[in-house]
Design a protein. Sequence first.
Length: 278
Amino acid sequence: MDDQFRLDNTVAVVTGASGNLGPIWVGALLDAGARVFALDLERAVVSPGLDALLERYAQPTSSTPGPRLRLHRADVMDKESLVAAQAACAESMGVATVLVNNAGIDQPASTDGATSYRMEDVPMAASRAILEVNTLGTFQVSQVFGAEMVKARRGSIINIGSLYASVSPDLRLYAHMNLDPPFLKPPAYGASKAAVVNLTRYLATAWGPYGVRVNTLSPGGVLGAQDPEFQRQFNDRVPLGRMAEANDLTGPLRFLASEASAYITGSELRVDGGFTAW
């Protein structure tokens, strides 16, 4: 049974590898035996989590002739850089048959009010950037790497969604911050993730005949540097009574990436502790 979840001799691509969730996806794929071609912006600082993985997996070993993890710089909004990344991946590791579309823009709450707006004042430039990167960026990466999967007639694309693709943020969770204007979760964020869920269905039906599966993995709130009051209120809103931790996300990702989900495509897997059940 465990063999179904293995990804030995599989090449996987993860975008936004230095982001908050990037190292979780990269680590899960490496633990399953995959070789990972990690992508992020030229200006992106390598996070401690990704740096630790590079330290462990970026050098050849006696059992692996080449590195099992490479970091390559590319921009999901720059197709030329993505085409170059695909060629570099194919040359150094082989054709990728797993793609995790993780790159995206979110806006966490700021205690100093620097990102607080009244609804009528939310800047269009910020909204446009979120919509373009989260939705069009996901599509563009899928175009480049998915086309090669179609040629190979196999592959699994996992688009990272959000619980806010299905429900609206509860603004009461931020009321204790006493900001003026109050913090607003960007309206464009949920809209972009809802678009990703529908894009998933579109690509799943278009590429299903070629053996390429496309699904969405939508995490709920992931434990991080949130303030204690936010965590308490959020936990009260979750049927399982807590925020997600890294280990809660790795199994679902390996499931969707591997042959364990061979007959699943066009689906959204919500890993939210039941948040969207209420």
